[in-house]
Design a protein around this ligand. Structure first.
Ligand code: HEM
Length: 413
């Protein structure tokens, strides 16, 4: 038995700004070859599937959201309220209760209702990007043209908000997400507070309007949600809408952008998808596995934990690497090229990718995200012929949500 601080461990810094694109993959490969555990500036990082699942599932660890609030002195005001009510920061019976009231509204069957709107939004964005039709080569910056507007249009529809509000929703979500970025918390706190305040006002008005006249949207479903006589209060409802907005925009945007980048970099796979759009589901799963936009998530231990004969004391922060866990495959899942090959035909199955987390905080929006990504890739494969990169993608940082700032592409119509 050894105390984790007494071990000789390789060092890893997820905030190193050079960790992007191929270099990120090389560094993670090298790190993984040295064992399952490494030291990082905040604590430790675990690198294989079993250890990732252990730290995500143990009741002895929680997401360190309130620790972030404490470090940055967030102790009152709109951002504090939001952090306190964030479902990811709530644990135990309160969390179980919220999840059981919300889950039905985002079940695989419930999200099917949003499919026609997704198709319509994609068609609209395609028409804008191609100038309404014609033949020939189209060049566009994919993030601006598709990846960025599409998820906020979907979330507007999910919330029952007017479609014209999608750009505002994107703006708020993007600002509020910055609470998870240490640099922004230090330098952009006012902007974050303002976005939280504005969105609280907006979401409050929507919830009040739906109480008056219910519709077929998520807010109406949350208001009606009932579990053994229990209902959500207004505050709970507003905060859940908040979580859906903040959880559901940058994430889907970034995963769609990476999926299209990977497919543009593998023209033979794009060709397979254009020939058979039924492969869209497998393509989504492989993009989620190969380039998770949540490469790391964090836990803080609320009591001493022993795992594989190593003692992790209470208060230790453990980063969980979905990136490496997703490469830790069984013989059946490896496919002909092994885990380092992006292969939409490998038939690896979906159940074990760690991209949506694991355990009680498993992504609440996973069904919606999968559906919007499947619709996205299916539509694009039908409409963008001969997809190619038209310049170097611009990568964002891997700590936080790993997105693309720019993805220049060309295709023909
Ligand atoms: C590709 C897209 C997405 C990815 C990769 C993703 C990833 C994740 C991950 C890894 C977690 C767990 C974090 C942890 O345990 O530390 C999570 C939680 C969550 N996600 Fe997502 N997400 C995506 C899309 C969405 C969407 C579309 C929504 C909204 C409909 C959403 C709402 C949430 C919420 C509310 C939680 C917290 C659940 C809880 O604490 O019980 N996510 N997501």
């Amino acid at each position: 038995m050894a105390l984790v601080s007494e071990l000789e461990l390789p060092a890893f810094d997820p905030t190193d700004p050079s960790l992007r694109g191929d270099r990120f993959h090389e560094v993670m490969r090298e790190l993984g070859s040295q064992g399952w555990l490494a030291k990082d500036p905040f604590g430790y990082v675990v690198l294989d599937r079993e250890s990732a699942e252990f730290f995500l599932r143990t009741r002895s660890a929680i997401f360190p959201g309130m620790k972030i609030a404490e470090i940055f002195g967030v102790s009152e005001g709109p951002l504090y309220e939001e952090m306190k009510w964030n479902i990811l920061h709530i644990n135990g019976p309160d969390h179980t209760r919220l999840r059981s009231l919300v889950n039905p509204a985002l079940s695989p069957r419930a999200v099917e209702r949003y499919r026609p709107a997704m198709k319509e939004f994609l068609q609209r964005l395609f028409t804008q990007a191609t100038g309404g039709g014609g033949d020939g080569t189209v060049r566009c910056e994919f993030v601006e043209a598709f990846a960025k507007p599409y998820p906020s249009m979907v979330i507007a529809d999910v919330m029952g908000a007017p479609l014209e509000d999608a750009p505002r929703l994107h703006h708020w979500s993007n600002w509020i997400q910055r609470q998870f970025d240490a640099g922004s918390m230090a330098s952009e706190r006012e902007g974050i507070e303002q976005a939280v305040e504005e969105f609280y006002e907006y979401a409050g008005a929507l919830v009040r309007a739906r109480r008056e006249s219910p519709g077929d949207d998520l807010i109406s479903k949350l208001i009606a949600a009932e579990e053994e006589g229990d209902r959500l209060s207004d505050v709970e409802c507003i905060n859940l809408v908040f979580n859906v907005l903040v959880g559901g925009v940058d994430t889907s945007q970034s995963q769609l952008a990476h999926a299209i980048r990977l497919l543009a970099e593998h023209p033979e796979q794009w060709a397979l998808l254009t020939e058979d759009t039924e492969l869209a589901e497998a393509a989504v799963e492989e993009a989620l596995r190969f380039e998770p936009i949540t490469p790391f998530t964090a836990r803080i231990l609320v009591e001493d934990v022993t795992f594989r004969d190593v003692i992790f004391p209470e208060g230790t922060i453990v980063l969980v690497s979905a990136f490496s866990g997703n490469r830790d495959l069984t013989e059946d899942e490896r496919g002909p090229g092994g885990p380092e090959r992006f292969d939409i035909t490998a038939g690896r199955g979906r159940a074990r990718a760690l991209t949506f987390g694991a355990g009680v905080h498993y992504c609440l929006g996973a069904n919606l995200a999968r559906l919007e990504l499947q619709e996205g890739l299916g539509f694009l494969a039908e409409h963008l012929k001969g997809l190619e990169l038209d310049g170097e993608p611009v990568y964002e940082s891997v700590s936080g949500i790993y997105g693309l700032a720019e993805l220049p592409i060309k295709f023909s119509v």
